[in-house]
Design a protein around this ligand. Structure first.
Ligand code: GTP
Ligand code: MN
Ligand code: MN
Ligand code: MN
Ligand code: MN
Ligand code: MN
Length: 212
C-alpha cells in the first residue's frame, strides 16, 4: 500500500487526506463505536464487452451524484444499535430502491474501513457483485428510489478504460470531487478486486492532459 500513502498520488484534493486505514481486526473497536459511523457499498458487475468495439471496460461500477454535488457510493449513516451490514443494505434500499431480498451485502463483503480523527468519523466500505443483466435492472429501479431527487441526483457508471491520449476516461473521472474518502475506497476496491492493477491505477492518478 506504499503507493496509496502519498498525498500527491491522489491529485488535487480539497484538503490533505485526513483518513487512515483501520486494520480489519479493529473495525468493531469501542473507539469507533463511540464515533459517527457510516457504511457505503460498491455495486459492480464484470463486463468484457468492448466499449465502441475498442476499450476493455473491465467492469461496470456504480457511483452516485449526491445532493451536495460530490460523487459517492450508495450507503449512509449507521443508526444507533444498527449493524454495519444492516445499515448499508437499508441505505441501498432507500437510495437505490435495491431489492435487498435479492441483493444484499454480508460481513464477508467488507473491503476496507477508514478513520478520520478530525471528523471523529469511521467509514466502512463493502462490495456487492452482481451479473451485468442484474446491474442494468438495479440502475432502472434506482429512478424509483425513495431518496431519488433529494439525497441522490443520479446513478453513474465509471469509465475504467483510458483513451489513446492517456488522459480521457478513468484519469479524467478521477479529477472530480469525491465525498469523504470515497476516492480512496474506489481505488482500494479496484486493486483488491483485481479490476485494475496497482500500476494502471497509479498511471491514471498521475495522468495530466497534454492540451493545457
Ligand atoms: P442522511 O440520511 O441524509 O443522514 O444521509 P446518509 O445517511 O445517506 O449519509 P451519507 O451517505 O451522506 O454519509 C454520511 C457521511 O459519510 C457523509 O457526510 C460523508 O462524510 C461520508 N460519506 C458519504 N458518502 C460516502 C462515500 O461514498 N464514501 C465515504 N467514504 N464517505 C462517504
Ligand atoms: Mn453522440
Ligand atoms: Mn441515505
Ligand atoms: Mn447516503
Ligand atoms: Mn441515512
Ligand atoms: Mn436519509
Amino acid at each position: 500500500w506504499g503507493w496509496l500513502g502519498s498525498t500527491e498520488a491522489f491529485g488535487r484534493l480539497p484538503e490533505p487526506n485526513e483518513f487512515i486505514v483501520i486494520p480489519k481486526s479493529q473495525i468493531h473497536c469501542e473507539k469507533y463505536a463511540n464515533s459517527t459511523q457510516a457504511a457505503h457499498c460498491l455495486i459492480y458487475a464484470e463486463s468484457n464487452e468492448k466499449v465502441f468495439g475498442i476499450y476493455n471496460p473491465r467492469a461496470s461500477i456504480l457511483m452516485q451524484l449526491r445532493y451536495d454535488g460530490y460523487f459517492g457510493f450508495p450507503g449512509g449513516l449507521i443508526d444507533s444499535g444498527e449493524d454495519f451490514v444492516t445499515a448499508v443494505n437499508r441505505e441501498m434500499a432507500e437510495e437505490m430502491n435495491l431489492d435487498t431480498t435479492i441483493h444484499s451485502v454480508s460481513h464477508d463483503d467488507h473491503v476496507i474501513s477508514h478513520w478520520s480523527e478530525k471528523k471523529n468519523l469511521a467509514l466502512h466500505f463493502y462490495k456487492l457483485k452482481v451479473k451485468m443483466t442484474e446491474l442494468i435492472e438495479i440502475e432502472k429501479r434506482a429512478l424509483l428510489a425513495r431518496d431519488y431527487g433529494s439525497e441522490v441526483l443520479g446513478t453513474i457508471r465509471i469509465p475504467l478504460y483510458t483513451l489513446g491520449d492517456h488522459y480521457r476516461g478513468f484519469p479524467v473521472f478521477l479529477k472530480h470531487n469525491f465525498i469523504g474518502c470515497s476516492k480512496e475506497q474506489l481505488i482500494a476496491a479496484l486493486s483488491s478486486l483485481n479490476i485494475l492493477t496497482p500500476e494502471e491505477i497509479q498511471l491514471a492518478l498521475n495522468a495530466h492532459s497534454k492540451n493545457v
